[in-house]
Ligand binder design. Structure first.
Ligand code: ASP
Length: 337
């Protein structure tokens, strides 16, 4: 019997047509099917057109609709493919990993750098990888691009135009298409730990700051006054925050004392933070920040949105922040909490 797959379309370049104002998503599921029917013929495929969005317009409420849809339909399908714009696809793959813990089927996001209408496009190849991964029976949330499969919480868009636009951050690729077919590294795929749940509450008031020399810590208070409940600071190197000639540390302490959750991560995408090495990191830990270790920016932002939506006490937020919930976090053994 053919495997049953659901393809959910949300827009993005893959589904774009040229308009006088630029590229806009406009192709229907049926239009796209014409280009990939040789792949979809291997399976029984249903299409669901959920949004027609450039992914720059994706909002947390769209993530909630997407998570609800997948949760409602997952028992009827062997796998789900989501066509999504590349710009925010890694945020979506991360957040779905937290919102749908223990999803028992593969859910695979993909998109492309060129519209499927373009004869030079990467679109068909990306669909091929995603559809085969969705039929693999390997549970979890994944992102398929340029013949590679990345764990949903480890994907990041790192190039704007090349076909190798996504990388797996601080984690091995889950699979690739090569002469063996879809060659999967199953030991890197997180195991299911219980029944699937829909955990869709998110806190939208989360802000991301990238430090530059001369940074003024007053911004923390302004964010607090604007109702922000979580801040992620992309700090220098291993996680350094100016501690000498500025008031930054005091401003930080103040908002943490008032209840804001503050996370420090490295600005460097690779190899993660370790705030225990320098005095500039120690001071931040003492002020009460959490550190992100090897998590990607997309994973930290969405994990904090999800934790603040799900828990209300600092102890619960902290305890779960340092748990590896969906393959997003590896704390080096020398500093295991
Ligand atoms: N702006 C597009 C989007 O994210 C880019 C793409 O899909 O590659 O929707």
């Amino acid at each position: 019997m053919k495997k049953k797959l659901l393809i959910i379309t949300t827009g993005g370049t893959l589904a774009c047509i040229q308009d006088e104002k630029g590229l806009i998503p406009g192709l229907s599921g049926r239009d796209i099917l014409d280009y990939i029917s040789d792949i979809t013929d291997l399976y029984q495929v249903d299409f669901l057109e959920l949004f027609q969005l450039d992914s720059a317009n994706i909002q947390p409420k769209n993530w909630q609709t997407l998570a609800e849809t997948i949760y409602e339909k997952h028992r009827d399908y062997d796998g789900v493919v989501i066509f999504h714009g590349t710009d925010t696809m890694a945020y979506t793959s991360s957040v779905l990993s937290f919102m749908l813990p223990n999803i028992p089927i593969p859910v695979v996001l993909t998109g492309s750098q060129l519209s499927i209408l373009n004869p030079l496009a990467d679109a068909v190849e990306n669909c091929r990888c995603a559809i085969h991964m969705a039929a693999s029976s390997i549970p979890g949330i994944f992102l398929a691009f340029n013949r590679k499969v990345i764990l949903g919480t480890r994907a990041s868009k790192v190039r704007t135009t090349s076909f190798h636009a996504f990388e797996s951050i601080n984690y091995p690729y889950i699979g690739e298409i090569n002469s063996r077919g879809l060659d999967l590294q199953s030991s890197y795929i997180p195991r299911l730990t219980g029944p699937c749940k829909l955990r869709k509450d998110l806190e939208e008031k989360v802000f991301l700051i990238k430090l530059v020399p001369g940074f003024d810590g007053k911004i923390f208070q302004l964010l607090y006054e604007q109702g922000y409940r979580g801040v992620i600071i992309e700090a220098f190197g291993l996680g350094g925050i100016p501690s000498l000639s500025s008031e930054v540390m005091k401003d930080l302490e103040e908002v943490i004392r008032k209840g804001m959750a503050v996370v420090v991560k490295s600005q460097c995408p690779y190899e993660g933070s370790d705030l225990s090495v320098y005095e500039t990191g120690h001071a931040a830990l003492q002020a009460g920040v959490f550190q992100a270790y090897d998590m990607s920016t997309e994973a930290v932002v969405t994990k904090l949105m999800w934790l603040l939506g799900s828990y209300h006490h600092r102890e619960d937020i902290e305890k779960n922040f340092y748990k590896n919930l969906a393959g997003e976090l590896r704390i080096p053994e020398t500093i295991l909490l």
